[in-house]
Write a protein that binds this ligand. Structure first.
Ligand SMILES: [Zn+2]
Length: 385
């Protein structure tokens, strides 16, 4: 019999002999040319810093990546002289935008969405069309004149607008949601401006949270090999705060044709509308989606302030959160990625959590894991579907 092996993470695996020759179907041959696929690695600002191909080389007894380009940028995106390597000319650069090298030479002009932008000046060619919204900024400025903290906001529905650290390593994450509300119900007296304001309040209040997180670990070697315990245990040695601040911008629209591509839609529907089921208050088009449907009677409670939860709960779904009561293991996996939730032992959580099962106006709490997953989901593009 073969002996079970144990790796550093304490995972025990049994080597299972596999006889490939015994597999029923003969393997089909297929040709996959290597070196034609490029991967990009970006820093948190979305700047493409290194690209490499799927072709690995064997060097000094180990596999090495084939780097196809590597670039360092000055703050506003101009490429550093002598710190760039481009074996393969990569299309995208600073902030992930397309480069336009034909205009002013290598890396000096970037398309930046619909406007051109000179990376040496840090100024755009045409004034910002939304400049009335930011009277304190020059209409020719880019990235709030602060390219170290901000990235050019693409104007996506859910978006991380900045991540900053203080000198102790505590992190502050600014998140923004852009949305529109529409009244598709037959109650024409519904005060949609107040509905938009109250919806924004619910979302902003619920998701603006602070939690603590272990950021450094120390490995402790145990002298005796305890039964089933890993040989090395990791203990947290530094704990840092993460503060999430959510700003919400919601406007009222009268026709769905006014909805912009970068806006969530919160639609008020008649209670008996065929797309609303009798025992629900609201639902989303999909987890990580961008459409919320709310019953008219519920919208009235949101306006009066009796309901402080439904819009935030649905926004939780558009942020990629599932209900915490989906008890089966596969569903638990969905809620917290692959991390198994420890909190399911805590009964109070069912009553107080935003994604809990009971309709309760005070159930708007988030767990640390949920707060962390929201940030991950936005940065991994799992929202705005
Ligand atoms: Zn739900």
């Amino acid at each position: 019999m073969t002996k079970p092996t144990q790796n550093n993470n304490g995972v025990i695996s049994l080597p299972i002999p596999v006889n490939i020759a015994m597999s029923k179907n003969a393997l089909k041959q297929s040709i996959y040319p290597l070196g034609k696929k490029y991967y990009e690695t970006t820093d948190w600002l979305g700047n493409v810093r290194v690209t490499y191909t799927d072709k690995k080389s064997w060097q000094q007894n180990k596999f090495a990546l084939n780097v196809s380009s590597s670039l360092d940028y000055y703050p506003f995106g101009s490429v550093m002289e002598g710190r760039n390597l481009e074996i393969f000319n990569y299309r995208f650069g600073f902030n992930g935008w397309e480069k336009d090298d034909e205009v002013k030479g290598e890396g000096n002009h970037i398309s930046f969405g619909d406007y051109g932008y000179d990376t040496r000046l840090g100024r755009r060619l045409r004034p910002e069309p939304l400049n009335g919204k930011y009277p304190f900024l020059s209409s020719y400025s880019v990235i709030n004149n602060n390219p170290i903290i901000y990235r050019d906001v693409n104007g996506l529905d859910w978006e991380i607008t900045s991540i900053t650290f203080d000198n102790k390593g505590n992190k502050t994450v600014h998140i923004k949601l852009t949305a529109a509300v529409i009244n598709n119900s037959s109650n024409t007296t519904l005060d949609m401006v107040t509905f938009a304001t109250k919806s924004a309040e619910q979302i902003s209040k619920t998701f603006s949270v602070k939690y603590s997180r272990a950021t450094k670990f120390e490995t402790i070697n145990l002298n005796e090999n305890l039964d089933r315990a890993p040989n090395n245990l990791m203990y947290p040695t530094q704990i840092n705060d993460v503060t999430i601040i959510v700003d919400v911008d919601i406007r009222v629209i009268n026709s769905e044709s006014e909805l912009k591509e970068n806006e969530h839609l919160i639609s008020v529907e008649n209670d008996n509308d065929p797309k609303m089921t009798p025992n629900e208050t609201a639902h989303v088009n999909e987890i990580g989606g961008k459409k919320i449907f709310v019953k008219e009677s519920v919208a009235r409670d949101v306006i009066s302030g009796r309901n402080k939860r439904t819009i935030a709960h649905e926004a939780g779904h558009t942020l990629g959160l599932y209900h915490i009561t989906q008890k089966y293991a596969s569903d638990l996996d969905k809620i917290f990625g692959k991390e198994l939730p420890t909190y399911t032992k805590d009964k109070d959580i069912l009553k107080t959590n935003l994604m809990g099962p009971f309709f309760n106006n005070s159930a708007t709490k988030l767990t640390d894991q949920q707060a962390e997953i929201i940030e991950k989901n936005i940065s991994n593009g799992k929202v705005n579907k």
